[in-house]
Write a protein that binds this ligand. Structure first.
Ligand SMILES: Nc1ncnc2c1ncn2[C@@H]1O[C@H](COP(=O)(O)OP(=O)(O)OP(=O)(O)O)[C@@H](O)[C@H]1O
Ligand SMILES: [Mg+2]
Length: 238
């Protein structure tokens, strides 16, 4: 599947100047980024590994399926590239098509091969916020709840909403940075569990002390959560 500016759903990149920038960026993706990039996914439960990316491209983040980069000349756009062998590109394009425009979500400006060009969302993931001991205002949680409700109204099923897939902006607004699993039909409790952990653990214990949590503690919680979930499924037979 190939999608470009001309497709209906791909958001117009506002002004002509911006369109020119987008075209330059796409040329640079093909001529500089993709030929030099070394990206691999060793395990679907661990972040992809970027072995090499050449300047002026910068790595912004990694997930278990993809890595996200930006070019210093177009800092408001990001390029999400799926690692070889990891599925999900066409589903993510379809989610952006259904999602339309909403301030808590990114927008897709271009999608082809195994990558998407997206609007950059500025903020800190809640995972990093906990690591840094930053206060997470309740408004962030409310904004994300509303955004997920909006996604449901667009016939999508919010899925895989964990701490690396949601962010808070510097103005204290909640953002949803990864919508790639929203076509999955099975229920997903991650966000409601994260909210419980926020109300029952984070607010009473950490919001007062601003205690930074080391990454290994956060990863241990994630890992134990996954094992606990599998165990619950096993004993309930679901
Ligand atoms: N539009 C965006 N603006 C800013 N940062 C982004 C954007 N999209 C992704 N990121 C950053 O890149 C990281 C990885 O992206 P993403 O979560 O989409 O990858 P993924 O492989 O689909 O993740 P998962 O492991 O949850 O499936 C995010 O956690 C976030 O830090
Ligand atoms: Mg993600």
């Amino acid at each position: 599947m190939i999608l470009s500016n001309s497709d209906d759903f791909i958001h117009n990149y506002q002004t002509n100047q911006n369109k020119e920038d987008l075209n330059k960026l796409i040329t640079s993706i093909y001529q500089e980024l993709l030929p030099s990039l070394k990206l691999s996914s060793i395990h679907p439960h661990h972040p992809v590994v970027v072995h090499q990316v050449l300047k002026p491209w910068q790595l912004l983040g990694t997930g278990n399926y993809a890595a996200v980069f930006y070019h210093s000349a177009s800092p408001d756009l990001v390029i999400k590239i799926y690692a070889p062998g990891r599925p999900g590109w066409s589903e993510e394009v379809e989610v952006y098509r259904r999602l339309g425009s909403h301030p808590a979500f990114s927008k897709c400006y271009y999608a082809q091969d195994n990558f998407l060009v997206l609007q950059r969302l500025y903020g800190t993931t809640l995972y990093d916020a906990m690591h840094q001991g930053l206060a997470i205002p309740n408004q962030v949680i409310k904004d994300i709840d509303l955004a997920l409700e909006y996604a449901r109204s667009r016939n999508l099923n919010p899925h895989d909403i964990h701490g690396r897939n949601v962010m808070m902006s510097s103005e204290g607004k909640g953002l949803v940075v990864d919508i790639s699993d929203f076509l999955k039909s099975e229920p997903c409790e991650l966000w409601s569990d994260l909210k419980k952990a926020y109300s029952w653990l984070y607010i009473p214990l950490f919001s007062w002390h601003r205690l930074p949590l080391p990454y290994f503690v956060l990863d241990l919680v994630r890992g134990s959560y996954r094992i606990w979930g599998r165990w619950l499924k096993f004993i309930s037979g679901t």
